[in-house]
Write a protein that binds this ligand. Structure first.
Ligand code: DQA
Length: 147
């Protein structure tokens, strides 16, 4: 069994650290990757982080994960609230999926309150800042290890 965890990120998250720092903070996606790699390594797992501004590319990454990953952490960003295609792709993945949002989407505009991805996710984190990714990786490690 593979011990790789995919960490997938949707549109505008390439600008993490520069984009609305009052909401998303000052740390970058490279910081997310470094922190998650450390957490995963403690448990004997590794991570691969991807980001795309394109819905179809994220669908392709989920398809790749079917063979290459034991679990997925996904922050679909704005596609959370719109993408049946990402939901359908996640439904083809057999391992655990954790949905992670940096901000507390429930405290924000009502259009952010609905998530298609939550229909598939085994757990959802929102409002923990980028620490949420670490918590999500920790949980994926436990689930992939059978607990
Ligand atoms: C987000 C919340 C989404 O509503 C938003 O479109 C994002 C980021 C978050 O991490 O808080 O781009 O997923």
């Amino acid at each position: 069994m593979t011990t790789t965890i995919y960490i997938l990120n949707g549109p505008n998250l390439n600008l993490l650290g520069q984009r609305q720092p009052e909401i998303y903070g000052h740390e970058t996606l490279a910081d997310v990757e470094r922190r998650c790699a450390e957490v995963a390594a403690e448990k004997g797992f590794s991570v691969r982080l991807f980001q795309s501004n394109h819905e179809g590319t994220i669908v392709d990454q989920i398809h790749e994960a079917r063979q290459a990953a034991c679990g997925i952490v996904i922050n679909p960003a704005a596609y959370t609230h719109t993408s049946v295609a990402i939901l359908d792709a996640l439904n083809t993945f057999e391992g655990p999926v954790i949905e992670c949002h940096i901000s507390n989407v429930h405290k924000r505009e009502s259009f952010r309150h609905h998530s298609y991805v939550s229909l598939r996710a085994d757990g959802v984190l929102a409002g923990f800042g980028i620490e949420g990714y670490e918590l999500a990786v920790r949980r994926i490690c436990s689930l992939c290890a059978g607990g």
